[in-house]
Design a binder for this molecule. Structure first.
Ligand code: HEM
Length: 169
C-alpha cells in the first residue's frame, strides 16, 4: 500500500512514512556528504574555520530535526507501528524484524547526538578561535572520528529500518 492515507501528516516519498520520517530519511542523504566535505576541508585543505562553521551548522540542523521528530512521534495521531503493519517484517505485539532493526538503529541514534555535543563543546573550549591545530588535536581527532562514524551508522541503520517498516510490502 504505497502513498497510504493515514491520519496526520503523511510523507512525500510515496511510502507509508510520515512527513517527519521522510524529511529525516532525506536529511541524512544531505548530511553525510556535507560532513565528508567538512572532514576533507580540515584534513586536506587545512581550512579549520570553515570546518568549524560547517560542523556547527550541521549540529544545529540535526538537533532541530531530532526535536521535530520527537514532537511528531509523540503527538502524531498515527503511530509508526500502524504505518508498519502491511510490512512482512512487522508483527504487532511480538519481536519482529522491523523492531530488531529499530533497536539496532537506536543503539547508534541515541549515543551519536551525545557524542556530537561532547565533541563540539570540547572543541570550542580547547581550540583557539579562529581554530588551528593545538595540543588538543590528537584528542579531537579521536572523538571526532567516532562521532562521524556514529553519524554514518545512524544513517545507514535508519535507512534499513525505514525500508523494512515503511516500504516493504
Ligand atoms: C561533531 C562535530 C565535529 C566533527 C565530527 C569533526 C570531525 C573532525 C575530524 C574527523 C577531524 C580529523 C581529520 C583528520 O583525520 O585529520 C577534525 C579535525 C579538526 N577539527 Fe573537527 N569536527 C567537529 C567539530 C569541530 C569544531 C566545533 C571545531 C572548532 C572549534 C573543530 C576543529 C578542528 C580542527 C582545528 C581540526 C584539525 C586538527 C589537526 O589536524 O590538528 N572541529 N575534525
Amino acid at each position: 500500500m504505497l502513498f497510504a492515507d493515514y491520519a496526520g501528516w503523511n510523507g512525500f516519498l510515496g511510502t507509508r512514512g510520515s512527513f517527519m520520517l521522510d524529511l529525516l530519511f532525506l536529511a541524512m542523504f544531505a548530511v553525510l556528504p556535507v560532513m565528508g566535505w567538512s572532514i576533507y576541508l580540515v584534513k586536506y585543505r587545512k581550512n579549520y574555520s570553515l570546518h568549524k562553521r560547517v560542523q556547527l551548522t550541521l549540529a544545529v540542523i540535526l538537533l532541530l530535526s531530532v526535536l521535530l521528530f520527537e514532537v511528531d512521534m509523540r503527538l502524531s495521531s498515527t503511530k509508526w507501528t500502524e504505518r508498519a503493519e502491511p510490512s512482512p517484517y512487522f508483527t504487532p505485539d511480538v519481536w519482529c524484524g522491523a523492531k530488531y532493526a529499530l533497536m539496532i538503529h537506536l543503539l547508534f541514534a541515541i549515543p551519536t547526538p551525545l557524542l556530537w555535543i561532547y565533541t563540539i563543546v570540547k572543541a570550542l573550549r580547547n581550540f583557539p578561535s579562529p581554530p588551528v591545530p593545538s595540543d588538543y588535536s590528537g584528542q579531537h581527532i579521536k572523538t571526532a572520528r567516532l562521532a562521524a562514524m556514529g553519524m554514518v551508522l545512524t544513517a545507514v541503520t535508519g535507512w534499513c529500518f525505514y525500508w523494512m517498516a515503511f516500504v516493504a510490502t
